[in-house]
Design a protein around this ligand. Structure first.
Ligand SMILES: Cc1ncc(COP(=O)(O)O)c(C=O)c1O
Length: 388
């Protein structure tokens, strides 16, 4: 059997490796406190689940869905975008439901990357931006995100020959893994850079509504001119605790949406309709629920940040996202530090190096750990003496 080069070249998916280490520890009888993957432990809200129960009984939902999603879902998305960001979208041409943001992120490279083209990709960053680029035959040029620049890329540092070959730019705020946020000034700069260099700007806003201390993350598409070349990805996964149902959307420039729709309609057959009805219930169910959910996460954030600071680590309290990004002690690599936390106290964190070379010297802790496990983990971290 000949396995294609693009598969041979794939790095192991980060969390698959970590899962193996966790399984080995559990087999030794260690009870882990797991701050690894960003997968909400809290359940999908009842009003959304109830919609699934009734939609499942309706035979019209048992058949192939349309690739472009139900018109009523696209209208509900347009209504939410209007209420949340005061933005207007044509549900027919500017909105496309997805089988999770990950699916759209992976597939959009097939629309705008030919062999030899470049995608500008943040480092550290969500790995799918560069994997999608590689599958399409392109190359990623990594934009360093550093503490000195508030985890924002410096567009002026990108060489002109790279800009000439680039066709796409990826951004992601609130950011995974750093928890950083972007201002609208930065988004304006990104829109201008995209226009000047003829780039499709893709802003991944998967954490748009996971935010704390009264902060409300902006949309890239709110800045003037962003829609000239840009689209934005939103997800039900983190906002409504719906990772298991696989549903999200892209919205923005109609030509970009149309290209993604054409690729997708040749690959998948849409999102199961009962799940689309759940999504409508989520969008139309009011905002109270999300605020309550964020309060739970905010309390967890404070507990985790306090524990990390207690053992002398440098941590900035994130205003949004599900992640706390902590600097490892001087001279200790992220792999060694996360390995020691696992071996010494059974605490699972993700080594920053897994998100790119500029993630080195940091570890990521996810706030999606059930409260009792989180308290145990926080206690173990605070009592740990092996941090330096
Ligand atoms: C930055 C970022 N984008 C996209 C996704 C994927 O979201 P979805 O569950 O909608 O596929 C994740 C998931 O962790 C993420 O961290």
């Amino acid at each position: 059997m000949k396995v294609a080069k693009r598969v041979e070249d794939l790095p192991p998916y980060l969390f698959v490796e970590i899962s193996k280490k966790k399984a080995a520890k559990r087999a030794e009888g260690v009870k882990l406190a797991d701050f690894g993957i960003g997968d909400p432990d809290l359940p999908t809200p009842d009003h959304i689940l109830n919609e699934l129960h009734s939609a499942a009984d309706d035979p019209s939902n048992h058949r192939y869905p349309e690739s472009e999603g139900l018109p009523e879902l696209r209208s509900a998305i347009a209504g939410w975008m209007k209420r949340r960001f005061d933005l207007d979208f044509d549900p027919e041409t500017e909105i496309l439901p997805l089988i999770g943001a990950k699916e759209g992120i992976a597939h959009i490279a097939l629309c705008f990357i030919d062999p030899g083209d470049i995608a500008l990709v943040p480092d550290p960053g969500y790995p799918v931006y560069s994997i999608g680029t590689m599958f399409a035959g392109g190359e990623s040029y990594y934009l360093p995100l550093t503490a000195e620049n508030n985890w924002l890329p410096d567009f002026s540092a990108i060489p002109q020959d790279i800009c000439d070959r680039a066709t796409m730019l990826w951004l992601n705020y609130p950011n995974n893994p750093t928890g950083a946020i972007a201002t609208t000034d930065f988004f304006e700069e990104a829109a201008e850079f995209g226009r000047d260099n003829n780039l499709v700007v893709c802003h991944d806003n998967a954490y748009s509504d996971v935010a704390y201390d009264g902060y409300s993350p902006p949309a890239f598409l709110q800045v003037p001119g962003a829609r000239d070349t840009g689209i934005e990805f939103f997800s039900f996964s983190k906002t409504w605790n719906m990772t298991g149902w696989r549903i999200a959307w892209a919205c923005g420039n109609a030509d970009v949406i149309n290209a993604l729709m054409r690729v997708k309609s040749n690959i998948d057959s849409g999102i199961p309709q009962a799940i689309q009805h759940m999504a409508i219930a989520a969008l139309e169910g009011g905002d109270d629920w999300a605020s309550k959910n964020n309060l739970i996460l905010e309390r967890r954030r404070d507990r985790v940040v306090d524990a990390l600071q207690h053992i002398g680590l440098q941590v900035i309290k994130p205003k949004a996202s599900l992640y706390v990004w902590a600097r490892c002690p001087e001279g200790v690599s992220s792999a060694d530090f996360s390995g020691r936390l696992l071996d010494d106290v059974g605490v699972v964190v993700t080594p920053g190096r897994g998100y790119g070379q500029y993630g080195e010297n940091y570890v990521r802790l996810s706030l999606t750990t059930p409260d009792d496990e989180l308290e145990e983990g926080v206690r173990r971290i605070a009592d740990w003496t092996g941090s330096s």
